[in-house]
Design a protein around this ligand. Structure first.
Ligand code: TRP
Length: 328
């Protein structure tokens, strides 16, 4: 079975964009691949030297992953900082990662601009740590968003370089894995193209019914179509994307027909949409609450995940040490 790895930085609660862009795909993958899903808490130190509550942030994501249906008995679900083998591989990869190429990374340049007083070495070597996360399990597929493509190219480059340097055929080159042609992009409710935490346009899996309704009712619209069967502007297309995802087909068709005949009432559409989003989120929300209240269980699952991850990681590392020439 092919090995799959993906990580997420613990920066708050999961939103619908995370769900439909990533988690939903993980749910499919966990049955077909040997999957590792981890919480990248070391990576979050690159932007925040002193995060508020590291343990609790990881628990939050873990509870949400489990509530969505990721199964710790099938997939390996762990916290990055529990698997210290990653660090040793990170060190070896860093010895063959060059300043120039690291500095040229788009994400590095962007972050360096955003935090000019904290352009630290961890930020610079973010791609080597990410490569270590992947290569430590010799993963061949990595489900990520398009924004990670450059990091993925670096991971492949580091794998190739290691193989070449030591004249081995050891690390496979991990490929980015999108579902369908492109990962689904969930729009924001403010009319922007993408739901993202930093844009403040998210519906969180944890949001209660009232919050969902408020957010949906505030969604940007236009003054309505004036010509039958006209093309939808982006803000309206966004609402239909949501209908397509959470509502049933009749509902979608109903409003689409209304749009085409210029009789659409956005207020009604939004009310329906809010209801359907709530219907989707409600059972997940309940499970998140249950898991979150049971920190003992969460910690047990994290420990069990760490042990499984260590097994695979220490096997790789042992071989790496041997290839480089260290004592076993
Ligand atoms: N860089 C990824 C992100 O910001 C998170 C990440 C860290 C990751 N290590 C990884 C993703 C390894 C996939 C594989 O989204």
């Amino acid at each position: 079975m092919e090995t799959v790895v993906s990580g997420i930085r613990p920066t708050g609660n999961l939103h619908l964009g995370n769900y439909f862009g990533a988690v939903k795909n993980f749910l499919q993958m966990q049955n077909d691949y040997n999957c590792s899903f981890f919480i990248a808490d070391w990576h979050s130190l690159t932007t925040t030297a002193k995060p508020e509550n590291i343990v609790q942030s990881a628990r939050t994501i873990l509870a949400e992953y489990l509530a969505c249906g990721l199964d710790p008995d099938i997939a390996t679900i762990y916290v990055q900082s529990d698997v210290k083998e990653v660090l040793e591989l990170y060190l070896y990869l860093n010895m063959n990662a060059y300043l120039g190429e690291l500095e040229r990374t788009t994400t590095f340049k962007e972050k360096a601009r955003q935090q000019p007083n904290n352009v630290n070495a961890g930020l610079l070597t973010y791609p080597t740590l990410m490569a270590a996360d992947i290569l430590i399990h010799k993963a061949v597929k990595v489900p990520v968003g398009k924004d990670q493509e450059q990091n993925m190219e670096m991971a492949r480059k580091f794998a190739r370089r290691f193989n070449h340097l030591y004249e081995v055929d050891f690390f496979p080159e991990p490929e980015s894995f999108y579902f369908g042609k492109e990962a689904i992009k969930i729009p924001g409710l403010d009319g922007s193209g993408k739901m993202g935490k930093s844009d403040g346009n998210c519906i969180y899996l944890m949001d209660d019914e009232k919050t969902i309704r408020q957010k949906v009712m505030k969604a940007v619209t236009d003054s309505g179509p004036t010509k039958a069967n006209s093309e939808k502007p982006e803000v309206i297309e966004n609402l239909f994307t949501f209908l397509d995802i959470v509502s049933d087909k009749e509902t979608y068709d109903f409003y689409n027909e209304q749009w085409n005949t210029c009789s659409i009432r956005y207020g009604d559409l939004k009310k329906q949409l809010a209801e359907d989003i709530n219907k989707f989120c409600a059972p997940i929300r309940e499970k998140i609450k249950e898991y979150s209240a049971n920190t003992e269980l969460l910690d047990k699952i994290a420990k069990q995940g760490a042990e499984k991850a260590q097994e695979s990681a220490s096997k790789t590392l042992k071989e790496v040490r041997q290839i480089i020439g260290f004592r076993p």
